[in-house]
Design a protein around this ligand. Structure first.
Ligand SMILES: [Zn+2]
Length: 309
């Protein structure tokens, strides 16, 4: 199945709880989540993103700073590279140029950079670009990066009003992605994994504290259980193996994380006795009627197309 990875840079768990985030609330309520996932040390944006994409701890992938010319170790293999190896169509939408290095040259079918300094509401512009691409190009893997929260944290402080406003902006941007997924021509049905790379405190995220090291981690879509609170420990190095499993491609042999199998819905458990409802079985309209933030019913692919794998 197809997957979308959404990263909200610097989003703290308690920030998520204090801000008004109807779209994130929606995928939490209709997906699987933990508010206690862990990030890696150093909790710096580029090293953490290399850990997210290569499923290696920074000491192993060897990208330890926000350098514009990273030299990852030979064992570092990005989920984008692995997806491309297995013939998947890949895309990335981001506002920080350093992320061009998160995959090898040639692995991305579509790469879209909007520098955050060039527009007022970058997250919204990124979401619009990604939504348009999703609606007409159907990538198998799509990375969508929202930077506004981190910018607000560094400028005004984590948990400041500006920071909480930025979380709400990221939530609105997520809503644009969710609305795109309601388009009837969007075949395949997308699973979304959304999390942040680190939290923050004061105006930085260099402290080894819970506010920095604990992040929300959410999965949502036809391959994911509904209303499930993840009990296993989750680290951001588990994201790439989980995405791979959702796309039905093997994990790379160097990856240190493991797929969060606990999130998988019954459609991926042929012969399973588990009776949990799937995203496609749920009356999504039911959820939408409770909440006004998503304007259209999420139309996942037809049940007949959702075969166990
Ligand atoms: Zn960051």
């Amino acid at each position: 199945m197809k997957t979308i990875l959404v990263i909200i840079d610097g989003c703290r768990t308690d920030g998520l709880q204090q801000a008004v985030t109807p779209n994130i609330d929606y995928i939490i309520e209709n997906g699987a989540h933990t508010l206690n996932a862990s990030t890696v040390t150093p909790s710096i944006t580029l090293p953490v993103h290399f850990s997210i994409f290569t499923s290696l701890k920074p000491i192993s992938h060897n990208v330890l700073t926000n350098t514009g010319s990273p030299a990852p170790s030979s064992e570092a293999r990005s989920i984008i590279d692995v997806a491309k190896d297995f013939g998947k169509k890949t895309a990335a939408f981001y506002s920080w140029e350093h992320f061009r290095n998160l995959s090898s040259p040639g692995s991305l079918d579509h790469s879209h950079l909007i520098k955050s300094s060039s527009v007022e509401n970058c997250d919204i512009e990124i979401a619009k670009a990604a939504a348009d691409y999703l609606k007409f190009s159907y990538p198998d893997f799509c990375f969508v990066y929202f930077e506004g929260t981190d910018l607000a944290g560094h400028k005004a402080g984590w948990m400041s009003k500006e920071y909480l406003d930025a979380i709400e902006m990221a939530d609105t941007a997520l809503g644009i992605i969710l609305e795109a997924l309601t388009k009837p021509n969007l075949s395949g049905g997308y699973n979304i994994i959304l999390h942040s790379d680190h939290g923050g405190v004061d105006k930085h995220h260099m402290k080894n504290s819970q506010e920095v090291m604990t992040v929300p981690w959410i999965a949502f879509g036809p391959g994911v259980k509904l209303k499930h609170r993840i009990t296993d420990s989750v680290n951001i190095i588990d994201t790439a193996p989980t995405l791979a499993k959702l796309m039905d491609i093997p994990a790379h042999h160097t990856w240190q994380g493991r797929a969060v199998d606990e999130i998988k819905s019954i459609i991926y458990k042929e012969n399973s006795k588990e009776k949990s409802k799937t995203q496609s079985e749920v009356t999504v309209q039911e959820g939408l009627s409770r909440r006004e933030f998503v304007r259209k019913t999420v139309q996942w692919e037809s049940q007949s197309e959702l075969q166990p794998v």
